[in-house]
Design a protein around this ligand. Structure first.
Ligand code: ZN
Length: 321
């Protein structure tokens, strides 16, 4: 087995993972190519643990690239070099294999998401990122469909990828260059949060729930609340919280918004679900007043949840009566 990725790569990965404005919970992934090996974050692990735990899995780069051309199932499970440890490569491994730069870092950057969920935001990002080797990629389901869209949008020189309704990829020759380029993009896209200060509702929370005062603006600011009810805006929201938030507790849904009062999270919610509630707040609080937000839509939500699209539409229609 070849040596694992370098210490500076692990430190950079952990720093991304510990910053809730870049990565939330198990989201995001980084990779490093060393010789013929692509070291990629394993599925279900957290970038925040990159310095403390074996979160990277070695994949045969050539075999992973062949999956882009339809050899294999697109998961790159077959390309894992040492299968004895049971780690599976990230669902997003194929785009790490596609992008030829040695270091690739993918985050669900809040500042990028604010731009990437909004048609006006994507136009603004084009101006703010002018002069950088940037590609704008339309929304596709994570996995091979997204990787194919990236392949269509990029050139060999592309180092910054803005993924509509999803996030950011930065690629470069080494860790120092990727770290610096990511900092540059974050600074260019930075937007201040607006809205009401966090507040603790006076009412007792519903049974089995707690108010999350840090995100109370989601329930108090009318526009923010309307956006939270109107849809979901990026994949991890759907995966961890389900589709658009509702105004009453529902089985299988970890959070709901009590209009004018607060956001209630189930007491048995996971840290990832809590992180995704914070992320929704952080994104919507930064959306400028004159920008619209484009939800993923029911078809994309059903695809993310592996639900039959037609059954999903019928279930939604039944619930809305
Ligand atoms: Zn992602």
């Amino acid at each position: 087995m070849p040596d694992g990725p370098s210490g500076d790569f692990r430190a950079f990965s952990a720093r991304c993972g510990r910053d809730p404005l870049r990565v939330q919970g198990p989201g995001g992934n980084t990779s490093m190519k060393i010789g013929d090996v692509l070291w990629i974050k394993a599925s279900g692990t957290q970038l925040a643990d990159a310095e403390d735990a074996p979160i990277f899995v070695a994949v045969d780069h050539a075999a992973a690239r062949r999956e882009l051309r339809g050899v294999g199932d697109g998961t790159c499970h077959a390309a894992v070099i040492d299968k004895s440890h049971g780690l599976r490569p990230s669902i997003e491994t194929t785009f790490h294999a596609l992008i030829d730069w040695p270091v690739v870092a993918h985050t669900h950057s809040v500042s990028t998401l604010v731009h990437a969920i909004s048609p006006e935001g994507r136009m603004a990002a084009k101006e703010k990122l002018a002069g950088l080797p940037v590609a704008f990629v339309p929304y596709r389901k994570p996995g091979l469909p997204l990787t194919k869209a990236i392949a269509d949008a990029m050139t060999p020189e592309t180092q910054v990828f803005i993924l509509a309704n999803h996030g950011l990829i930065i690629a470069g020759p080494d860790v120092t260059a990727v770290d610096a380029l990511m900092a540059d993009v974050e600074a260019r896209l930075d937007l201040p949060p607006a809205g009401a200060a966090p507040s603790e509702p006076a009412n007792a929370p519903p049974t089995g729930h707690s108010w999350i005062s840090e995100v109370s603006n989601l329930a108090i600011d009318r526009r923010t609340m309307a956006l939270a009810f109107a849809g979901s805006y990026y994949p991890d929201h759907v995966v961890f919280l389900g589709p658009a938030l509702r105004n009453t507790p529902e089985s299988g849904r970890p959070a709901f918004i009590s209009p004018g009062i607060g956001l209630a999270l189930r007491d048995d919610a996971t840290p990832a679900q809590r992180a995704m509630v914070q992320c929704l707040h952080d994104v919507l609080a930064r959306l400028p007043k004159n920008w619209t937000a484009e939800p993923l839509g029911h078809d994309a939500e059903a695809e993310l949840l592996d639900w039959d699209a037609e059954k999903y539409r019928q279930a939604l229609a039944a619930r809305n009566h």
